[in-house]
Design a protein around this ligand. Structure first.
Ligand SMILES: O=C1C[C@@H](O)[C@H](O)[C@@H](O)C1=O
Ligand SMILES: [Co+2]
Length: 298
């Protein structure tokens, strides 16, 4: 698969140290994290909270291990804070990523998001955008997309549990109302399956807009428990709802096949936040690497 295509395979640091809950993996150093990524056979990474922000220091540490930066998450607050504030923060993030050689910028709207709230039930209290919030989001994303293109980059929107763009209908609306030249989509298998969406339907429907992929698997028995016990997103993660590809309920073969058939080029990033004290990150990174090789040849 992906013969002659510019496709790369990375892994996110979130399995080693968790940005949403820094106490998970708090003792794991930056050097351990990136050394283990390379040891497991990955060639790229996203940016975690322990990564040095000095681009020369970061480049050296990564190149010693044969790693590149694929992208990094940007929390937008287009529905809840002035546009200028978003623009200033975005430009700094964009320039850092551009200097690191990344081509895409992960953007997720965090206005009204409950993903970081430990006590708020995920399914019952998911935010739903008003018409005005949709307008602010779409207009704001167009501005961020134009700023990204000034540097030859794209924004890839991350649909996410506990936010206003989580479900198939919300993703459809975002894609319909945004300009494909300015707003692309990040496809995250784990968030779609956890939400109860048909992840292959979303993939095929929005294939042309997808320019970044997060490979995240789901432990379905934990996902059911999260609904039954009204758990929050963070409680769900701590309980092990997510895992690495091949270890949960998702069959990734059709995902790779569809992307291959469509000529996808870009990054695949394994991203599986779980408690590193329970799920050894190096062990899970090795397992994911082997599974992906077996089913896709990557
Ligand atoms: O891409 C992601 C970044 C994380 O910070 C987030 O919470 C996680 O679930 C995710 O998919
Ligand atoms: Co993701």
């Amino acid at each position: 698969m992906f013969e002659g295509k510019n496709v790369k395979l990375g892994i996110a640091p979130i399995g080693w140290t968790n940005d949403d809950m820094p106490e998970l993996g708090g003792e794991v150093t930056f050097e351990q994290c990136i050394s283990e990524m390379a040891l497991a056979g990955f060639t790229g990474s996203e940016v975690g909270n322990k990564y040095p922000r000095n681009t020369e220091v970061l480049k050296k540490a990564l190149s010693l291990r044969g790693l590149e930066i694929a992208s990094a998450w940007f929390s937008a607050f287009l529905t809840s804070r002035p546009l200028e504030e978003n623009v200033e923060a975005f430009k700094e993030h964009r320039d850092f990523l551009h200097e690191m050689g990344a081509k895409v910028i992960v953007v997720s709207e965090q206005g009204n998001s409950i993903q970081g709230k430990m006590e708020i039930p995920l399914f019952e209290k998911k935010p739903v955008f008003t018409e005005e919030e949709w307008r602010l989001l779409v207009d704001g994303l167009h501005v961020l997309g134009e700023l990204a293109s000034e540097k030859g980059m794209k924004i890839v929107y991350h649909h996410h549990m506990g936010t206003g763009v989580q479900t198939t209908a919300e993703i459809d609306r975002l894609m319909e109302e945004t300009d494909p030249e300015k707003v692309s989509l990040l496809y995250d298998t784990g968030h779609l399956v956890f939400s109860g969406e048909d992840h292959l339907h979303v993939l095929n429907k929005h294939m042309g807009r997808i320019h970044h992929v997060h490979l995240k698997d789901v432990r379905m028995e934990v996902a059911h428990k999260v609904r039954e016990e009204s758990m929050s997103f963070l409680q769900a993660v701590k309980s092990g709802v997510f895992t690495t590809p091949g270890d949960g309920c998702i069959d990734f073969k059709p995902v790779f096949e569809a992307l291959d058939a469509a000529g996808y080029e870009g990054w695949f990033v394994v991203e599986a936040e779980q408690d590193p004290a329970i799920a050894n990150p190096l062990e899970y990174a090795f397992k994911a690497r082997q599974y992906i090789r077996e089913i896709s040849g990557l």
